[in-house]
Ligand binder design. Structure first.
Ligand code: ZN
Length: 202
């Protein structure tokens, strides 16, 4: 039996989402058709997300305000800039009690996904460090990328570039207590807190 073209198109769009295969996509679409109230709410909230959520000019995180609530918080320690890969990492590090600022560097080097050195937006990171208002300039960059091959490759690259382009800045990396292969997103608050306090100068 041939399916409606619109329905098929909708299922095909769902298949683009991470971890969603054809069967799951189909289940999602039929579930929504059977739950019109949820469908209405999703349509509404997705249009609001598109309209109101922007990327923070300082940290790249998605936010309803620009700068985001973390970057605009004057009580935070603006001398510290923690480089992470994704929003979930900020969420994890926040739970450790860290009170500095963040910078999301995405993508990181990932040969398997075809992301190489040239894909790392190093210029944007350098701009965030050097060409910002004086009160936003960090004195220390803390690299908190995951302890995976991708994270290691990217960390080495960032350190090399920072040392080449910027003098008088401290560069460190969270380390202690996080095993090789560990993803920041899944680390517990205590381990992360310890890893940040005992960060290693590079
Ligand atoms: Zn921000």
């Amino acid at each position: 039996m041939e399916r409606s073209k619109i329905l098929q198109y909708c299922i095909d769009l769902f298949k683009n989402l991470p971890s969603v295969g054809p069967k799951t996509a189909e289940r999602f679409v039929y579930f929504l058709l059977n739950n019109p109230k949820l469908l209405d709410e999703l349509i509404l909230v997705l249009s609001q997300v598109k309209e109101k959520i922007t990327s923070c000019k300082y940290c790249n995180d998605f936010s309803e305000t620009n700068p985001c609530h973390i970057c605009s918080d004057e009580k935070r320690d603006r001398k510290l800039l923690c480089v992470v890969e994704k929003h979930a990492d900020i969420y994890a590090i926040e739970s450790s009690g860290y009170k500095g600022l963040y910078y999301i560097l995405s993508p990181i080097i990932s040969p398997l996904e075809g992301k190489m050195l040239k894909d790392v937006k190093i210029e944007s990171l350098l701009t965030r460090i050097i060409n910002v208002e004086k009160e936003m300039q960090p004195q220390e960059v803390i690299i908190a990328l995951s302890f995976t091959t991708e994270g290691e490759l990217t960390t080495n690259y960032i350190v090399e570039k920072l040392k080449e382009k910027i003098v008088n800045i401290k560069i460190s990396r969270i380390a202690y207590g996080l095993p090789t292969g560990a993803e920041i997103e899944y680390a517990d608050p205590k381990t992360l807190s310890f890893a940040i306090k005992n960060r290693i100068s590079l």
